[in-house]
Design a protein around this ligand. Structure first.
Ligand code: GLC
Ligand code: GLC
Length: 660
């Protein structure tokens, strides 16, 4: 291997060395596969172009990660063989998409994209049912659908499908793998992007690899982190954060069958994969490409922060974790370039940003915006939101945020303590307040949320609850308070107005668009009752969805309000631009920002308070030198005079840019 390294380092021999590797990989293909390459000369040339373009980088990150591993070289050949094979098996219609997207690599930045996310079983029973929902997605204006995990998983408790026992078989309760392929095609025919999870930090303990490991198969034991006694686990745990402390302290679980401790960051039945073994990367790359070949457009990289472990560190966001993401990305660029990645790193904003780049994840959840929208609703103040967005909203060109208000998980207060303290806010106390507020314990709170993973030792806690319940609609309804109800609807629409306009893909957690309340049926289920996130993972409610047509009903108000916002976003291409300029509105309750493209400038004002607010006319001059602002909703020209904002109002002004 040393010889090989030397060759790669030497530019004169580099090309030759790469050719040697590549031809070894081709030789490992089956005869039929090699024939395919011969008989599809034109297509194959395009593939070879990508090999030329990306393979050197792939090899170099690969050896950055695995330089000290003796199996690294043969595993690399295997990786390449798997990639070529997967490309051979890729449907020609998907290869067409590959070509289109290579030509316009920023297709996912379009303001036309609006996303939704749902559990297939809860929303539509199964894949067939989901297909029947396509007209609904169109009616609302959605064209990006994230389906929660739908692969084979453990019976009983399975972390909502995040414990995967086969990446190649759809859970039979939902349908078959062929049906999924058909659905993907149907989505494509309807211009709907398909997003699923790539749960690659761990497998279920029922995955064939884990089952073999449990039987003492040393080859597969090396896929996981398995220790006979507590010595090493104890050393690791000294520096680890507990993710599910309710369930098990620390990060390891005792497995009786193995008489050993296994690394389980999340639940006891979710075994963390050991990427220090290059074979794990090779195997998981094959699984990933299998998913890509099903016709998936975007993969959500689940729990990405945890994929690399190293003694003496937090084992989160380590440099090799980024490298691994780069490796997976390069593998996709070569073998399935239509595929893009979305990072799920619910961590400190300094870390979130590191996963976002053309080389890593082109898309990323925006947990900071999410948390701070809730923070501003609770405090009625926008200074932390404004400060943080000004500092942290900008991401590299050609990448995009995925902005959301709620998702299937809890809300964690992942703002930066340094930002908070710059404004004189103590992060620890503030989180405590937010937890009090959203669990309804703070006097005057409108929220009806529930704690998730309350940790008595650290005082940490996260929040479960649906959007409508957290934003006050449930409380207002129960208390039959029409004024509060009106305010709650406005709060909900205020949050939507921001994620629809700020830049990036807005993602609606389906059920929220009709104002679903918390649901407690999970308490009757032994497998779920200890996981409060099920409060907001609720089945499709026919009658609630029907109420979306009733203009006086809260469901109707929320639904049509969202629909209008979606239309607004799609009509004005200025929403395509990713950047914002945060403007000091001169009012502590009003969050303001502008966006512009070559033709127009947009000014957004949002009042986070239940009282009228005055805004000085100077805001228009601060926003831009141009004089002719028009209120987009009323189409009225705006004069530069004092502006009165109603409770929780959203205002959007547009002005053509000055042509000097
Ligand atoms: C992700 C999922 C979460 C799950 C965890 C473990 O964070 O969003 O629901 O519990 O990964 O897979
Ligand atoms: C932790 C993880 C996050 C995961 C969540 C599950 O916050 O950082 O990735 O989604 O737990 O609740």
């Amino acid at each position: 291997m040393a010889y090989f390294f030397h060759q790669l380092d030497n530019p004169i021999n580099r090309k030759e060395a790469l050719e040697v590797i590549y031809s070894k990989a081709v030789l490992s293909l089956k005869r039929k596969e090699r024939d395919f390459l011969k008989n599809n000369d034109r297509e194959y040339h395009l593939f070879l172009d990508r090999i030329e373009k990306y393979l050197p980088d792939l090899i170099s990150v690969y050896f950055d990660i695995y330089q000290s591993c003796v199996f690294a070289y043969p595993q690399l050949i295997e990786l390449l063989t798997g990639m070529i094979r997967s490309w051979i098996n890729r449907d020609s219609s998907l290869k067409q998409v590959d070509l289109q997207r290579e030509l316009s690599s920023d297709w996912f930045l379009s303001n036309q994209i609006v996303g939704g996310v749902c559990y297939v079983d809860l929303f539509s029973k199964d894949l067939k049912g989901l297909e029947e929902k396509i007209p609904y997605f169109k009616e609302l204006g959605l064209n990006y659908l994230h389906l929660m995990p739908l692969f084979m998983t453990n019976e009983g408790d399975n972390d909502g499908g995040y414990a995967i026992s086969s990446y190649r078989e759809i859970d039979p309760k939902l349908g078959s793998t062929d049906e999924f392929r058909k659905l993907a095609k149907k989505f494509r025919d309807n211009d709907i992007l398909l997003v699923i999870d790539f749960v690659f930090n761990h497998t279920s303990d029922e995955h064939i690899w884990a089952k073999k490991a449990k039987k003492g198969n040393t080859h597969f034991m090396r896929y996981y982190w398995i220790y006979e006694d507590r010595k090493i686990p104890d050393q690791y745990e000294k520096t680890l954060r507990e993710i599910f402390p309710d369930e098990h302290p620390g990060a390891f679980t005792w497995i009786e069958a193995l008489k050993s401790w296994v690394w389980t960051t999340f639940h006891a039945y979710q075994w963390d994969l050991n990427y220090q073994n290059p074979e794990v990367l090779v195997s998981m790359a094959e699984e990933m490409l299998f998913l890509a070949n099903l016709g998936v457009d975007i993969l959500r990289l689940d729990a990405v922060a945890f994929i690399w472990k190293q003694m003496g560190t937090s084992c989160e966001n380590l440099p090799q974790a980024y490298k691994l993401v780069e490796a997976f990305n390069l593998i996709a660029r070569i073998a399935a370039p239509a595929l893009q990645f979305k990072s799920e790193a619910i961590v400190h904003p300094d870390e979130v940003i590191r996963y976002i780049s053309g080389k890593r994840c082109q898309l990323s959840y925006n947990p900071l915006l999410m948390a701070l929208l809730w923070e501003s609703l609770a405090t009625r103040e926008v200074r932390l939101l404004s400060f943080s967005m000004e500092k942290r909203f900008t991401i590299p060109e050609g990448t995009s945020w995925v902005n959301y208000i709620r998702c299937h998980d809890d809300i964690g207060w992942t703002f930066s303590d340094e930002d908070a303290s710059a404004l004189g806010i103590n992060g620890y106390d503030h989180r405590k307040f937010l937890n009090q507020f959203y669990t309804g314990k703070f006097p005057g709170s409108f929220a009806r949320g529930y704690p998730f993973q309350e940790n008595p030792v650290t005082g940490d806690c996260r929040i479960s609850g649906t959007l409508a319940s957290l934003a006050g609609l449930e409380k207002a309804k129960m208390e039959k308070n029409p004024i509060e109800e009106e305010l709650a609807v406005k709060r909900i629409l205020l949050l939507f107005s921001i994620i629809m306009t700020i830049g990036g893909i807005p993602l609606i957690y389906l059920g929220d668009e009709v104002g679903s309340f918390n649901d407690f049926t999970f308490l009757k289920d032994d497998q779920k009752k200890n996981d409060s996130r099920w409060i907001h993972r609720i089945p499709y409610n026919d009658s609630l969805y029907l109420r979306r047509y009733q203009p006086d009903d809260s469901a109707g108000k929320i639904w049509s309000g969202i629909q209008q916002l979606i239309q607004l976003r799609k009509i004005h291409d200025v929403f395509q631009s990713q950047n914002i300029r945060v403007i000091n509105s001169g009012n502590q309750h009003v969050f303001a920002f502008t966006k512009e493209n070559s033709r127009n400038c947009i000014l957004i004002l949002t009042n986070f308070c239940e009282h009228d607010q005055l805004i000085e006319g100077i805001i228009f001059r601060k926003a831009d030198g141009t004089r002719s602002w028009v209120d987009i909703m009323s189409q009225k020209k705006q004069k530069e005079e004092m502006l009165l904002m109603k409770p929780y109002q959203f205002l959007c002004f547009i002005a053509p840019l000055h042509k000097n």
